[in-house]
Write a protein that binds this ligand. Structure first.
Ligand SMILES: Cc1cc2nc3c(=O)[nH]c(=O)nc-3n(C[C@H](O)[C@H](O)[C@H](O)COP(=O)(O)OP(=O)(O)OC[C@H]3O[C@@H](n4cnc5c(N)ncnc54)[C@H](O)[C@@H]3O)c2cc1C
Length: 334
């Protein structure tokens, strides 16, 4: 009987972090030797929909530790719980997303269990013996190196977005085991009092729900405040094309595309961007794309859910004003 491969299902605001779902799918695909894929979910008031999601993305078993004090991640307590679970159930591998919490917890659990740990991996394989082989960038991204950790379980964190998301199995009921793990009061050293939503204009564009992106057609640095103003009004993050970056309108971390970032907003507004494949490849997962371009033959027009053929030099000031009035006039709440 093969030992289980675990994926820590990081949950926030009653939804599972995408990287955890990516990992479940990947483990299901890799685990040809029949090692069962199990998800570990720690939280408070865990809803049945989370369990359904985990099973759809590949979990064949779910371990749940549910307690009112576990609503938010707390280093000491979460580490203690996962370490205890590992000691009880003895999985062969544990994978976590390379998020701040994932890296924090993985390193602590590995230290307590005295086993090896590799962080921020970008690829993984199981070798013929069922041991995990991990790849990660080294020397500032100039080279890749392959690693195998010593001891059992093998523990690693894997970067978000390197695997891709895919529902691997139709909805089905999988076994769920509720576990009761107690902890010492001394471990309750910190308490989360409040969460603040990040400023959409400055948050990482990969996390943004609305993106207002501009290209060369916006008219350069001088006209760029119109894009920023529009984004501000609708609660969107500012991004742009390579030309927008080269013209000095955006920093490199706000570039969308092949050499920039992959984004997945609910709304992507592309203003004065031609729609070169290098750019469009970065928004394959955007839900709705609105394009404004003066050239009806621009490649982006065909890829848009809504296309407006207009000259931005004329449209943008009026558009920004109208949108501002709409939003501030109580027609719409962000
Ligand atoms: C290896 C490689 C990697 C690359 N990676 C990326 C990447 O990651 N991201 C990226 O974005 N690009 C990338 N590029 C560059 C990419 O190929 C395009 O050159 C770039 O996306 C073009 O930017 P743009 O659409 O803003 O500019 P342009 O191609 O110059 O397009 C400007 C658009 O604005 C429209 N326009 C002009 N004036 C107005 C106006 N007044 N009103 C309305 N519309 C107007 C024009 O009709 C045109 O469609 C890469 C290229 C290479 C070779």
């Amino acid at each position: 009987m093969h030992k289980e491969i675990w994926v820590f299902a990081e949950a926030c605001n009653n939804s599972i972090e995408r990287v955890s779902l990516e990992l479940l799918g990947e483990v299901r695909r890799l685990s040809k030797n029949g090692a069962p894929t199990a998800a570990v979910l720690i939280g408070a008031g865990i809803s049945p929909s989370l369990r359904q999601t985990l099973s759809q993305y590949g979990a064949q078993k779910i371990y749940i530790v549910d307690h009112e004090k576990l609503l938010y991640y707390q280093s000491e307590i979460y580490t203690h719980i996962l370490t205890q679970l590992v000691r009880q159930k003895k999985p062969q591998i544990i994978l976590l997303g390379a998020t701040p919490n994932g890296n924090d917890m993985a390193s602590r659990v590995a230290a307590r269990l005295r086993v090896g740990f590799v962080s921020n991996c970008t690829d993984l394989k199981l070798n013929d013996e069922g041991r995990l082989v991990l790849w990660k960038a080294i020397r500032g991204g100039k080279s890749q190196a392959a690693f195998m950790t010593v001891g059992s379980p093998q523990i690693a964190t894997v970067c978000p977005d390197v695997i891709g998301l895919e529902k691997v199995v139709p909805l089905q009921t999988v076994p769920v085991e509720h576990l009761d793990i107690s902890w010492d009061k001394n471990m309750e050293k910190a308490e989360v009092i409040e969460f603040f939503k990040g400023n959409p204009a400055t948050i990482d564009i990969t996390e943004a729900e609305i993106i207002v992106a501009g290209g060369r057609g916006v008219g350069g640095v001088e006209k760029w405040p119109l894009i920023e103003g529009l984004a501000d009004v609708i609660g969107g993050a500012v991004a742009g094309s390579r030309m927008a970056k080269d013209l000095g309108c955006i920093s490199r971390d706000r570039l969308v595309g092949q050499t920039g970032k992959n984004v997945r907003p609910k709304l992507y507004m592309a203003l004065g961007i031609s729609g070169a494949s290098h750019h469009v490849n970065g928004l394959k997962e955007a839900e709705k794309v609105v394009v404004i371009n003066k050239d009806r033959h621009a490649p982006f027009i065909k890829k848009a859910d809504l296309a407006v053929i207009a000259d931005l030099q004329e449209l943008l000031p009026v558009f920004k004003e109208t949108v501002t009035e709409y939003f501030t006039g109580g027609h719409f709440s962000k």
